[in-house]
Structures are given as structure tokens and as C-alpha cells.
Design a protein around this ligand. Structure first.
Ligand code: COA
Length: 422
């Protein structure tokens, strides 16, 4: 049996942050009803690669859901919403600030309609504080949560990371909050409001940078390859430094293309083995006892020389060949995998982390699989719904409306596009 079987979610989320969360919960077995405005989640049409088909942006974030379209700006649409609230365990949204309140549905009102329902909200900056009224997208959250100021090199521009820590990262945080609230509601019979701000989520993922922020009041950061000193204030961008207690860096390999790199961690315990292996080939048989690198403190101080020697060695090997040298001597390392590498990777395929799907409009396509593996509840990934595909199904089978009622609501505008703003 699926872990969340029997849990029904009214999913008003759009774009990426919310849909990431509801897709994960759907993969765990929840019945997720994607509640869309009549024109649909904007991402259905964004970055479209096949005319007439929903974009990959949409399909990759909305698998295993049902879709219904409801015009919340009509009285009948609001009735459908209220009826659904009474039949769901969770309602979730990631609208801009105040949107649901303007539609007449504050958390207090929703709680009154169904005291056991849990409400999940993602906002850029939460519902309180000077930033509460601002909208946010991924890179805004990365900028304001500390990720950008600490990513890149000190002399260059701050960089965003390719991992969607502002959107998908926040969706993960919300999923954790919703599952905790669900557990509590099962014991108390009372729902609660679960809020995750994207800025907070990013800051949580930058926790070690705030470790370093405080360490800087007492001294430099010896593990950083870039200059640091007591009292310098801001944690600097540190390129590909490891960020942990062990030294690490990206090393360019043969044939020196953009992804011919490997990340190597020179764990304290493996230095002698690594030095013996590379030293022998570089004509430095004494490298393991070389005073510049003998102890961890020496290697920290002289790490740029150490990386230079490792890079010189790596020039004769591809990233995979270098990995094959490092694995037997226990040096933690990982080749930088391109999207092509990953899409074709045997390990990834075996773990069902890149899965093939098919639908009649798009044909075959691929989704990143379910990263959380439950032994008794394996995820079965199904295609994303077409816009409004389940209108009748949900109205009749979840809400028990008869055909005449559905028709009357249709005529009254419950499911058609709201008038344009003046
Ligand atoms: C993502 C974001 C910037 C998009 O902004 P936006 O396109 O202006 O959309 P908003 O969420 O602010 O507004 C949605 C509008 O659609 C309307 N709408 C939504 N569902 C509707 C429905 N079923 N029927 C009728 N209208 C609907 C809302 O009432 C609102 O209209 P209003 O502005 O007249 O109040 C914004 O939603 C946001 O900041 N969200 C919180 C943070 C977040 O999740 N960011 C995205 C991460 S991927």
C-alpha cells in the first residue's frame, strides 16, 4: 500500500516550488487534485518545445496528479473550492502575497470550514516582516537567502547555482512540514497553517556559511583557498572549495573539455596513499613526507600548490580514469557529470532516477525520478494531467455532484476564464 494512500490534497500551487512538493506527495500515494485557474498553471505554456503539448516545465513537476479548472473569481467556483476543502486533508498554495485573502479565503476562514485541514503556503519571504509583500522567483530567493553571495569566485560576480534550491528546495521543506502537521492532526483532530518562505529555505541550506560567518570574528578560515582574515565580515565566495573539514577541489582532466573535471576530496586519512600514487608518477617519490603537505594544517596553507600537483597528474587521465585510480586508494571523488552523462548513466537508470513516460500529445519524454525510496511503498510514476482532464471525475466522484449540477455550474461560469483585469 502506498504510504500516503487515503490522503487527499487540494493543490493550488503553480510554477515550481509548490508543484515539487505536491508531486513528491503524489509519488508517496496521496491523491493530489491540481486546482487550476481556467487558463491553467502558467508553466503549461512556458518554454514550450512541442506545439500543442504542455511544456516539460509543467509535465516534469505535475506527475500523478488530477487536474481540475475552477474560476475562483466566480461565486460557483468558490462553492466548488469550499466543497473540496471539506473533502481534503491538505490544501496548499504558493500564490503571491495576499492572493487567497483577496479571494476571501484567509487561513482562519479555511480552518473554520474544515478544522482538520492543514494548509501549506509557500511565500517568497513569509507572511510577516518588511519583505512580506514581495513576490519571489528562484534566483531572487538565492540572492536574498545567502546562496549567491557565497557562490562564485571573490573577484567575479556572484553566481546562482543550477540546483533549484529556492524553488524545489522550498518544496522539500514544505513537504516535511505538511507530513509533521498531518501526524499531529491525526492525533489532535486539528489542522494547522504550515508556512515556508523561500528565503528561509535557502538560508537553511546555507547553514555552513553562517558557521563561517561567526568563525570570521575569531580568525581566518584556514580551509579556504582564497584569502580570509579575522574581522573581514562577509563570508567570501570560495570557488570550488569543499566547505567542510576536509580539503576538496575540482580538478581538470583530459581532454580538458567543459565537463572534463573531477571533484577530489583530500581526506586527512588518504593523503599518504594519494601522495604516493601521484608522487611516483610526477617524479616526487617523497611527496607523502614533503613538509609543505605533511600535516593537514600544512596542506591547508599550501593547498593551491597541492591542487597544482594533482592537476598536473590528472592531465594524463580522463575523469573516469582518474576516478578508477582514486577509488581503490579510498580517495572520495566524483566526476563532474553532464546532463548527457546522467541521462545515460547505468547507475541512475538502475535506481529509476531518469524515467521514461509517454502521453498522446508529447509522445515519449523523461522525468527525473523519485529520490526518496520507501521499501514498502515504491513510487509508480505516471504522466502529468492535461488541463481540466479530471473536472467531471472530481466533481462527480469526489464531491458527488450529479450531471445536472455540473452542467448548471458550467453555465454559471464556474470553470471558465475570469474577466481580464481592468
Ligand atoms: C510566482 C509568483 C511571483 C507569480 O506571480 P503572479 O503570476 O503575479 O501570480 P500571483 O500568485 O501573484 O497571482 C495569481 C492571480 O491569479 C488568480 N488566480 C489564481 N487561481 C485562480 C483561480 N483558480 N481562478 C481565478 N483566479 C485565480 C489570483 O486570484 C491572482 O489574481 P489577483 O492578482 O487578481 O489577486 C507569485 O505567485 C509568488 O510570489 N509566489 C510565492 C513565491 C513562489 O512560490 N514563487 C515561485 C517559485 S516557483
Amino acid at each position: 500500500m502506498e504510504a500516503l494512500k487515503g490522503i487527499r490534497i487540494l493543490d493550488m500551487t503553480h510554477v515550481q516550488a509548490g508543484p515539487t512538493c505536491s508531486q513528491l506527495l503524489a509519488w508517496m500515494g496521496a491523491d493530489v487534485i491540481k486546482f487550476e485557474p481556467p487558463q491553467g498553471d502558467a508553466t503549461r505554456g512556458q518554454l514550450r518545445d512541442i506545439p500543442g503539448a504542455d511544456s516539460l516545465y509543467f509535465t516534469m513537476l505535475n506527475c500523478n496528479k488530477r487536474s481540475i479548472t475552477v474560476n475562483m473569481k466566480s461565486a460557483e467556483g468558490k462553492t466548488v473550492f469550499v466543497d473540496l476543502l471539506k473533502h481534503c486533508d491538505i490544501v496548499m498554495e504558493n500564490f503571491g502575497p495576499g492572493v487567497l485573502d483577496r479571494l476571501g479565503f484567509t487561513w482562519e476562514k479555511i480552518h473554520e470550514i474544515n478544522p482538520k485541514i492543514i494548509m501549506g503556503s509557500i511565500k517568497g519571504f513569509g507572511s510577516s516582516g518588511p519583505y512580506a509583500e514581495f513576490k519571489a522567483y528562484e534566483n531572487v530567493a538565492q540572492a536574498m537567502g545567502g546562496a549567491m553571495s557565497t557562490t562564485g569566485t571573490p573577484d567575479g560576480a556572484p553566481f546562482v547555482t543550477g540546483a533549484q534550491i529556492g524553488d524545489s528546495g522550498t518544496g522539500l521543506h514544505l513537504a516535511i512540514g505538511l507530513l509533521a502537521a498531518l501526524n499531529q492532526a491525526n492525533r489532535t483532530g486539528q489542522g494547522q497553517y504550515v508556512e515556508v518562505a523561500m528565503m528561509d529555505g535557502v538560508m537553511n541550506l546555507c547553514r555552513v556559511k553562517f558557521r563561517d560567518h561567526q568563525r570570521l570574528t575569531r580568525g581566518g578560515l584556514s580551509e579556504y583557498s582564497v584569502p580570509t582574515s579575522q574581522g573581514m565580515g562577509d563570508v567570501p565566495r570560495a570557488g570550488n572549495d569543499s566547505g567542510g573539514g576536509q580539503l576538496g577541489n575540482a580538478i581538470h582532466c583530459k581532454p580538458h573539455g567543459p565537463n572534463d573535471w573531477i571533484y577530489v576530496v583530500v581526506q586527512e586519512a588518504v593523503w599518504a596513499g594519494l601522495a604516493n600514487r601521484i608522487g611516483a608518477e610526477l617524479g616526487l617519490p617523497e611527496l607523502a613526507t614533503d613538509a609543505r603537505f605533511a600535516l593537514i594544517g600544512d596542506r591547508r596553507k599550501n593547498q593551491n600548490d597541492m591542487w597544482g600537483l594533482i592537476t598536473k597528474f590528472a592531465a594524463n587521465y580522463t575523469k573516469r580514469e582518474f576516478m578508477a585510480i582514486l577509488n581503490p586508494i579510498d580517495v572520495p571523488c566524483g566526476p563532474i557529470m553532464s546532463t548527457t552523462d546522467l541521462a545515460n548513466d547505468e547507475h541512475i537508470r538502475g535506481r529509476e532516477m531518469y524515467v521514461e513516460l509517454e502521453d498522446e500529445r508529447r509522445g515519449k519524454w523523461w522525468n527525473v525520478g523519485m529520490p526518496i525510496k520507501l521499501s514498502a511503498s515504491p513510487a509508480k510514476i505516471e504522466r502529468a494531467p492535461f488541463l481540466g482532464e479530471h473536472n467531471d471525475d472530481v466533481l462527480m466522484n469526489v464531491l458527488g455532484y450529479d450531471a445536472a449540477k455540473v452542467e448548471a455550474m458550467k453555465v454559471a461560469g464556474a470553470f471558465s476564464a475570469p474577466p481580464k483585469k481592468a
